[in-house]
Design a protein around this ligand. Structure first.
Ligand code: CUA
Length: 342
């Protein structure tokens, strides 16, 4: 028996182990995800108890049936149950129905209470982040009453630990779904129908999220990073992001900026502090400071940036960015300039 159970225990270990980490429902880092995870654990434990009881009763019934068959031997099987047997059967069926209703009612109530708990996060002064889904990247804008403190970035969301964050979700093209499993459940981004979701991070760390609604061929490469950090660290990041891009310092970097401003890049991308004001693609003002490239599908290294510029379709077929034909020298200069965007 124990030899049969070993692979099962191993499998459970792999499943649970795989569910912990930087993109995992079973490793909550936010208040809502904690509630949902507890609800999941409760469902799992109760379901296991029910399953074990059903199997035990089933085995007992089979054993009893066999014993009775042996005792009765050659006798003809009993077709009509006796009145006592009938009563026992009625009580057993009645008790099973009552137990089933009770279990389902318990699950329903626990589910309702969890739903209520995670909705109660109203805060008069939350941090508001507008997340806009695009095929296949995320635009991230921080709202502020003071327009000079509004900030736009892409694919990487920084949030302060402990402060409620309200996400206003929009889509520019098709339906996407915003899912950061360590923080909360999924919420769809529907074109023409803004939706809202809330997080409150309970611990610092770097986590990954994922588009959870099929939105085209590169749906699987539509990820994002969530950095939960202490308030002071968050404010320092925010202040740095509000700065315009650095002025290129070396001749090569200056040449790189010329290449950028003289090519089709400016049609789609913004770099604050330069005439580049495109709004189709991600804001690149602090590109080199981000951890990932192409909606968290590649690490943000110089080599990957080069590959992306030359032929982004080799990395993410079907994306909107055309290949940029550049001479080696211009490419190196452009890369040197992009390196300064921290
Ligand atoms: Cu966006 Cu799937």
């Amino acid at each position: 028996m124990s030899r049969c159970l070993l692979p099962l225990v191993g499998l459970l270990g792999v499943v649970l182990g795989g569910c912990r980490g930087r993109q995992a429902v079973l490793d909550p880092a936010g208040m809502q995800a904690e509630e949902i995870s507890q609800l999941g654990t409760f469902f799992f434990v109760l379901g296991t108890v029910v399953l074990v009881l059903v199997v035990v009763f089933l085995v007992l019934a089979v054993l009893r049936g066999r014993r009775r068959a042996r005792e009765e031997g050659e006798q003809a099987p009993e077709v009509e149950p006796s009145p006592a047997g009938e009563r026992r059967l009625t009580v057993a069926v009645g008790a099973s129905v009552a137990a089933t209703v009770l279990v389902l009612l318990t699950l329903l109530l626990v589910d309702l209470f969890t739903g209520r708990t995670i909705r109660v996060l109203l805060d008069p002064n939350p941090l508001t982040v507008i997340v806009t889904g695009n095929q296949w990247w995320w635009q991230v804008q921080y709202e502020d009453r003071d327009p000079s403190r509004m900030l736009t970035t892409a694919n990487e969301i920084h949030i302060p630990v402990g402060r409620p964050v309200r996400f206003r979700l929009r889509s520019n093209d098709v339906i996407h779904s915003f899912w950061a499993p360590n923080f909360h459940g999924k919420k769809d981004l529907v074109p023409g129908h803004p939706t809202t979701t809330w997080f409150r991070a309970t611990r610092a760390g770097t986590f990954y999220g994922q588009c959870a609604e099929f939105c085209g061929t590169q749906h699987a490469h539509m990820r994002f990073v969530i950095v939960a950090e202490p308030q002071e660290q968050f404010e320092a990041w925010y202040r740095a992001q509000l700065q315009p891009a650095r002025t290129p310092a070396t001749p090569r970097q200056r040449r790189g900026q010329e290449v950028f401003l003289g090519s089709t890049c400016v049609m789609c991308h913004t770099i604050q502090g330069t005439p580049a004001r495109g709004r189709v693609g991600p804001d690149l003002t602090h590109l080199a400071g981000r951890m990932t490239l192409a909606a968290a599908s590649r690490p943000n290294t110089r080599g990957h940036r080069a590959g992306w510029i030359i032929d982004s379709h080799a990395i993410k077929p079907g994306n909107r960015m055309p290949p940029i034909p550049l001479t080696d020298e211009d490419l190196q200069a452009l890369l040197a300039y992009l390196d300064t965007l921290r």
